[in-house]
Design a protein around this ligand. Structure first.
Ligand code: NAG
Ligand code: NAG
Ligand code: NAG
Ligand code: NAG
Ligand code: CU
Length: 607
């Protein structure tokens, strides 16, 4: 049997070879035809009418009137983000306001007043609708500026509304009853100016006091370290944990090697970074090898003690080569169905008749769909005025917040409760790669924003991609196979338009998709990739996660994505209904009235 099978395998190899040859000829033939088609298509563009042209015209679907204009609008609409030109005019205006005394990005320090971030400040919905639907005036375009007032006593955070764009003439303090007024300086989000200033100071303090210990335990230090350096992951401590308005931050040490979030060492420092004088910042607690010390000096003394020795960590600096588990080397042969000597290219999507969607600045149309896209600096990707079949079905759908909460044995790990809008999520989309992050045929949109460390508006050319793709599953189908049931087949593949952005928030990369189906369904999807945050494995830390490498534990944690959906089907008023499904006891007999008297309930509410 086995022998026979081998023979038949040989036969099939032979016949496969024959077919491969035939296929090769066919490929050449089709290439030839393709060239002919391209030549003809080019000729057609030159307006030379031939017989073949009309054949192609018949084969080709109607359409091809797609317009792709990803430039910034000269005259932005109510849903467009701040343009480069507007950002420049905001800078010109705000740096001229003498009472704000703003330091320019290169000169900004924690103890100065400086611009932390900016975002488009959309008009009230009622004003926007008055303009869009009832011929009202176009609302003024305004920006929201977050300003750190490090030179005030006490230092505070302020927000201003600046307008009208593109030639601002006013700035108004933004007041909110939903928070403390004024906003304490300790509550401000984390930024480039602060991190640059405090790391310079704290790393040298740490190395001065316990550098020898770091070298001894981890074969690395933070400063003057050559190729064996430590870096850190920071975790600001919420005032909700501290119960007072003081700014503290855990600094969790990692090896500065690819990729640092999965190269932990067993030491963390709680820094007191309160106030605006960075020379006063200090380390108030250290956790080393599962022991808590009240200062760097206390750790140094305990470490040297011979009478009362402490537990010590001892690890070598990782060797950077192709075998380093945490580094991104391609390992193994390229994937292929046959052998590694014959790698094959993967499946791809193509647009045989060109783009079937149009983009005009931030406005995107596809089949029955029409909507506006904007990247909010503060809260990330947003779509507005979503229409299907000419009717508005949603006014606004957008990301509002991303949060990740960690468990852990040490206070340092437990404090890792990240609220990502605090690092301006919308500025973290960058460098999308065609054919990896998005299909090759995608159209890319830029994002533009102000940064606290750059003099000019920052432009990221490939922050958002738009593409049409076959999901590979039928949107609907039915096979009515018997004569009695009608004998027909009907099906439709689920071809969707996707608007994608990927926000890289330090270690995590979050893929956010708005997916527009032909059925009128709108899907919002989030996928997380990138790297986990990990801690150094010890038996004490074990119960708080999974040991995933020799010295590493992946702590249990929890991701939350918070979206706003202002759905406006058939007008702006809202109604919701709840349906409760209940059970009933029924005797499984054929008698018609063998049921008890429980009835399904439902409720409906106008809001
Ligand atoms: C602000 O801090 C810097 C150091 O970062 C210092 O040189 C400068 O004197 C400080 N300015 C004031 C007004 O305290
Ligand atoms: C501990 O020992 C190291 C190395 O012997 C020395 O450099 C350091 O000053 C000592 N520190 C303390 C606090 O005794
Ligand atoms: C030192 O480590 C041992 C072994 O892991 C542990 O049993 C002991 O409790 C540790 N001592 C301290 C003071 O943490
Ligand atoms: C089901 O049938 C049994 C036996 O006839 C009867 O005792 C019982 O009440 C019936 N239950 C219901 C829910 O009608
Ligand atoms: Cu995670």
């Amino acid at each position: 049997m086995a022998e026979k099978k081998r023979n038949s395998d040989k036969d099939s190899v032979k016949s496969a070879a024959r077919w491969r040859c035939v296929a090769g000829v066919l490929v050449l033939l089709s290439l030839g035809l393709l060239v002919a088609v391209i030549v003809l298509a080019v000729k057609k563009n030159e307006n030379t009418q031939t017989d073949a042209d009309s054949v192609i015209a018949k084969l080709k679907c109607k359409g091809g009137d797609s317009v792709i204009d990803t430039s910034e609008p000269e005259n932005p609409g109510v849903f467009d983000g701040l343009t480069h030109k507007e950002l420049k005019s905001i800078q010109e205006y705000i740096y001229g306001v003498s009472e704000l005394n703003l330091a320019r990005p290169k000169e900004a320090k924690i103890n100065s007043s400086y611009l932390y971030g900016s975002d488009y400040f959309p008009p009230k919905k009622s004003e926007a609708l008055q303009y869009l639907d009832r011929n009202g005036n176009k609302p003024a375009r305004e920006a929201r500026l977050i300003i750190f007032r490090g030179d005030k006593t006490p230092p505070i955070v302020e927000e201003y509304i600046v307008g009208p764009l593109p030639k601002p003439t006013y700035h108004k303090l933004l007041k909110s009853t939903a928070r403390k007024n004024p906003v304490p300086y300790a509550h401000r989000p984390l930024g480039g100016v602060e991190l640059g200033e405090l790391f310079g100071h704290l790393y040298s303090v740490i190395d001065r006091e316990v550098g020898y210990l770091l070298k001894d335990s981890y074969d690395a230090t933070f400063t003057h370290c050559g190729k064996k350096c430590l870096t850190s992951f920071v975790s600001p401590v919420s005032s909700a944990i501290l119960k007072k308005d003081v700014r503290k931050m855990w600094i969790l040490a990692k090896y500065n090697i690819e990729y640092y979030s999965i190269q932990p060492v067993d030491i963390a420092f709680l820094a007191n970074i309160d106030g605006s004088d960075s020379s006063k910042f200090y380390i108030e607690t250290v956790v080393y090898a599962d022991q808590v010390y009240s200062s760097l000096q206390a750790l140094a003394a305990a470490y040297n003690s011979t009478s009362n020795p402490i537990n010590k960590s001892k690890v070598e600096f990782p060797k950077y080569d192709e075998n380093l588990f945490s580094a991104m080397f391609r390992r193994g042969p390229p994937s292929s169905s046959s052998s590694s000597n014959n790698p094959q290219r993967p499946a791809k999507s193509v647009e045989p008749d060109g783009k079937r969607y149009s983009i005009k600045h931030g406005e995107i149309t596809f089949q029955g769909w029409k909507f506006n896209f904007r990247m909010s600096t503060l809260t990330g990707p947003q779509i507005y005025d979503v229409r299907f079949g000419g009717e508005r079905i949603a006014y606004e759908i957008g990301l509002q917040e991303i949060a990740v909460f960690y468990s852990g044995q040490s206070a340092a790990q437990r404090a890792a409760d990240y609220i990502d809008s605090g690092i301006l999520v919308g500025t973290h989309a960058d460098a999308l790669v065609p054919d990896a992050d998005c299909p090759e045929s995608s159209t890319f949109l830029p994002t533009t924003f102000l940064s606290d460390t750059a003099s000019d508006p920052v432009r990221k050319p490939k922050s958002v991609c738009i593409f049409e793709v076959d999901t590979g599953i039928p949107l609907r189908r039915h096979l009515s196979y018997s004569y009695a049931e009608g004998s027909f087949y009907s099906g439709l593949s689920d071809i969707v338009l996707t608007v994608r952005t990927i926000l890289t928030l330090v270690n995590y990369d979050y893929v956010f998709d708005f997916v527009f189906h032909q059925s009128g369904a709108l899907e919002i999807r989030t996928i997380s990739t990138g790297y986990i945050i990990s801690s150094f494995y010890t038996d004490k830390k074990g119960p708080y996660g999974f040991k995933i490498h020799d010295n590493m534990i992946g702590n249990i944690h929890h991701h939350m994505f918070h979206w706003k959906a202002d759905v406006d089907v058939l007008g702006t008023s809202n109604r919701y209904e709840t349906l409760d499904i209940s059970d009933e006891d029924v005797n499984n007999t054929c008698r018609p009235d063998s049921r008890t008297s429980s009835t399904p309930r439902s409720g409906s509410t106008e809001v």
